[in-house]
Write a new protein. Structure first.
Length: 427
């Protein structure tokens, strides 16, 4: 099992700082071996590539990846329905897997290789976790694989971990305090809930909690929320991005200049229609290839939008870096003649630290589309009407379409809400 080196900022400094000339042959070799297994031993890939007219020799290196068709979650689900439980993507007999995870929508996933995927461990080191730290993992351990992946990754870096799971906030606050937890794993909204409950118990969170760093994911992290959490808790908040089928695809280091792509995955930014790579600096869909020999995921499209960063991070890592996750391919909403993307609304609202949460609601009145930003504004603001007017001005300037702002009480907008709620009824 891999373990973190003495330099705790990296899981493996040599790999993470190697030149492109050194990295590319390693990835090409992994890609070649994975494709050979997929062509020979996977029923699903054999059928998919056969229908596309792709032969094993057609993909010799990373530059040839676009010759392979994209794989989407809908393909995975359809094939699992036809050939349960894993859809024929496995390259070994199904009884070889030690676990079977069940993701939302009854999407099955084989387990048992979590101690071989180093991507989340690499992210933990980037977030500032180190050997000897005691971490709390608040992701759900029930049926889904993500919490187990992080559990194994904590072992790799030499940290100990409390498998708390979601919920039971009061108990978790006491655990944070009593066990002097140094690192938090979970969603940013749950971390805020823990901080607020701790304050409600009379704790001075900066003094009474030992937290130093948090690695958050599974939700977007607006800069305004990051700043509030860091100011309240006196810690660093770093985000990670990935999927349970692909592992970690990007993580922030202490400099937070972008999302570093881990060493054991190939990430592409492609046109979601053609599947071909877009030019550098252009927004496209994130597509990734993961080299799990028993259950390879080859060119799995995430549905998320991003672009590669042109910056060189001061941390010294030399691999590709995503600027940030900008939203979903399938969540853009047309208001009048203008498409509004969740990432655009996120960037606009990041200008307003006074806004705790927001939701864009689209309705239709007398054949006219209307867009309203429901915003939970800090109750301590002396002039909330002025903030509303400023946001309305920015909506028109940034999004190119008029919108109203409606201030709503704290707690009105639920957790895990849709960023854009299209309530129009079409007859």
């Amino acid at each position: 099992m891999p373990t973190a080196h003495q330099d705790s900022e990296y899981l493996d400094r040599r790999k993470e700082t190697m030149s492109e000339e050194e990295r590319r042959p390693i990835l090409n070799d992994l890609l070649g071996r994975t494709l050979e297994l997929a062509f020979l031993n996977s029923r699903a890939y054999g059928e998919i590539y056969g229908q596309a007219g792709v032969q094993p020799g057609d993909v010799k290196d990373i530059d040839d990846l676009s010759r392979l068709p994209l794989l989407r979650m809908s393909d995975l689900v359809e094939r699992q329905n036809q050939n349960p439980p894993f859809g024929g993507f496995e390259t070994v007999p199904p009884d070889r897997f030690q676990r079977v995870y069940v993701n939302p929508g009854l999407i099955y996933q084989p387990g048992g290789w979590e101690d071989e995927d180093t991507s989340w461990a690499e992210a933990m080191c980037g977030a500032g976790f180190k050997r000897g730290d005691r971490l709390i993992n608040t992701f759900n351990y029930h049926l889904w694989p993500f919490a187990f992946m992080l559990d194994e990754s904590a072992k790799m870096i030499g940290a100990s971990l409390v498998p708390a799971g979601a919920g039971n906030i009061l108990m978790q606050v006491r655990i944070l305090q009593t066990l002097e937890i140094k690192g938090f794993l979970g969603t940013p909204s749950f971390l805020m809930s823990l901080a607020q409950r701790a304050e409600g118990l009379g704790l001075e969170v900066r003094r009474d909690l030992a937290l130093e760093a948090a690695m958050v994911g599974a939700e977007m992290l607006p800069e305004s929320l990051r700043q509030r959490l860091e100011d309240k808790l006196g810690i660093t908040i770093r985000q990670c991005y990935g999927t349970v089928f692909l592992g970690c695809l990007g993580y922030e280091c202490r400099h937070a200049t972008g999302l570093h792509v881990p060493e054991n995955v190939i990430v592409e930014i492609v046109d979601p229609v053609t599947g071909r790579p877009v030019p550098e600096g252009v927004t496209g869909e994130i597509v990734a290839t993961r080299f799990n020999p028993a259950y390879p995921m080859i060119r799995l499209a995430t549905g998320d939008l991003s672009l590669f960063s042109r910056e060189q991070c001061p941390c010294g890592r030399t691999g590709p870096m995503l600027k940030k996750v900008l939203g979903r391919v399938d969540q853009a909403t047309k208001v009048g003649s203008t498409f509004v993307h969740p990432w655009q609304a996120d960037e606009l609202m990041a200008r307003y630290p006074e806004a705790f949460k927001y939701q864009v609601v689209v309705t239709r009145d007398r054949d006219v589309d209307r867009m309203t930003f429901h915003v939970e504004i800090d109750e301590g603001q002396s002039d909330p009407d002025r903030i509303q007017r400023r946001i309305e001005r920015d909506i028109e300037e940034v999004l190119g379409v008029k919108g109203e702002v409606k201030a709503v009480p704290r707690g009105t907008i639920p957790d895990f809400h849709k960023k854009i709620d299209d309530r129009r009824q079409w007859d």
